[in-house]
Write a protein that binds this ligand. Sequence first.
Ligand code: ADP
Ligand code: MG
Length: 717
Amino acid sequence: MLITPKTKLASIGKITPKYAKILEKLGLQTVEDLLFYFPFRYDDFSKVVPISEKYLGKVVTVEGKIIKTKLARIFRRHLTIEEIVIQDENNIPLKAVWFNQPYILDTLKEGVSVRLSGKIVLNKKFLSMSNPAWERAAREITNTGGIIPVYSETRGLTSKWLRWQIKPLLQIAKEIPDVIPEEIRKKLNLYDIYTALRQIHFPENQEKLLRAQKRFAFEEMFLVQLKTLQVRLLWAKEKSVAIKFDEKLIKDFVSGLPFKLTNAQRKASFEILKDLEKERPMNRLLNGDVGSGKTIVAAIATLEALTAGYQVAIMAPTEVLARQHFLTLLAILRNHKINIALLTSSYKLACHSGLDPESSRTDLNYSLDSRLRGNDTRGNLLKKIKNGEINLIIGTHALIQKDVNFNNLALIIIDEQHRFGVAQRAYLQQQTTEINDGIKGKIPHFLTMTATPIPRTLAIALFGNLDLSILDEMPKDRKKIITKIIPPGGRKEIYNFIREEIKKGRQVFVILPLVEESKILTEVKAATQEYKRLSEEIFPDLKIGLVHGRLKPAEKEKVMAGFNKKELDILVATAVVEVGIDIPNATVMIIEDADRFGLSQLHQFRGRVGRSQHQSYCFLFSTSNSETAKSRLQALVESENGFKIAEKDLELRGPGQFLGTLQSGLPDIAMENLTNVRLIKVAQEEAKNILKSDPALKNHPLLVEKMARFSQNIHLE
Ligand code: ADP
Ligand code: MG
């Protein structure tokens, strides 16, 4: 059978239907897809040494002849132990031990030469390796003896299997057309796609691996920059309605707030209102820390546009957040006569804001609960949106893509909650130029909000000439969140503390990390286990809820609503779950295995507490002994400034990792190698060059094809 990059994996004989199914679940359908399934780390077994005590404690590869084998069974524990002893020219024996893999001894028989990679330790005076990687010495280096790729594993799919499949397929990579034009590759000395794929899967040495990673990092950034620049060029040609600054309106509104705006909020609002006055469409990013008060700034812009007689749409990444924005804006705008609609797949309802005189958020939450259930029909709402009866529409990002016809939409606000990468943001922006806004020849003003502070230098490099407003100042009355690193021994004390807080009426978040090796499945399992452990062993008397990424939106919502209404004391959640929610009564946050998260992400979680007059706490559980891990977490203990933390994160992990959390959907391995802002700049430069000579990319169909996938990375609810 002739295999090409487009050949379906399922049609390859070596890949059984069972495996094809698992691969498909990972989104891998073709040979090319599989070749672009990159390792997430490597085991460096490239040091091949003679068997010797000299290498005790070192990770190495040894080769020798098997002089003895043994299979032991421990029936009571259903355990088997496989043992071999090998020897090389030095005649020093080395023992290798595996557990529960009796089939190993079918291959590894006495007299066979074998290569083993692992750490040499001393076991009862014997040099030995526990559970080493192995292969017959006669075989080509695949699992031992080199820099060995380790893939993200999902149930039933091992790195060993993937290596075995990918290695022979690498030949096919010769036929994959290179998206990076040759001139650019030459100029920047980048590997071609074939070499890069070979070296990223089976690197000959660290230097070549680095070069391969650099190529993919460039590729990624180049495509991102192309996309953003292209959208920007389109944008510059468009016009918007000019909305005059209504000083009295804004002054009255601000003086009616229960708090004073921070200077940063004042400045950002002013910048936005100035933008709205212009005929060219605003394209601004409101870059602010969690809790810095972005919603009020958004509300000010909204009020201005609504009062001028236009419609406004506010979009959030999830239904939970859309619902929250709906309630918050109803409360904030209650003194203004506005018809607000919440339109998502589970909610189709409209309210008149003036009808809700309740003064406190919580009351509003309760009183609206019944109404949140009283759904209208989608058709009815669409009609009211089209004829202008509804002024403010709140929904998920799907709103932008669905066939919604507006009456006179002048402003779109997108709450990104840092879910989306730079390219996805550009894509959403592009969608706004295509929306049926109801105003001839104009497009809406565009404001996005991100919840991860992005250090200015990086933001400028990434977003080019995009306008930035920065909320780098927290509301004054904010209490400091007491943050502590808790070593394993301190767990019990914290649980006692939690119990006390709950007795006082407070609530608690428990966040579990994303387990890298197998992503979602293990994560769900870990969360479920922790939920069981807490509810059965630690706090059997308390009410505990669980949310994770595998729940349906409606189920998620139900648990969240229960937590919001204090029906639950503790909420166990995984990191994939949107925690961008406002539950002021939750004052304690526990983060398990905190060292596995990036600092900015930890800071993001921490921002979920500290939202009420009560003292809040964040406990970072960590079992890591590494000094770097400790000093990283220490940065969080010492600072509450998101921009400072982001800068530290950037400094410690490099933009690759840092951006990794922003660039959802991009291969981490490529991002990891983005070691400086320079790479972004170079990519930007090259993207500009191409667009100058070929603005519609007519001569670069491959680039167009690759760029199309940015839209697919947006998961709309
Ligand atoms: P975020 O920037 O994370 O979206 P929010 O807009 O949700 O932050 O604001 C967080 C909380 O702070 C809200 O309860 C809001 O009412 C409150 N808040 C906003 N601005 C101020 C301010 N200037 N002073 C005091 N509290 C404020
Ligand atoms: Mg917010």
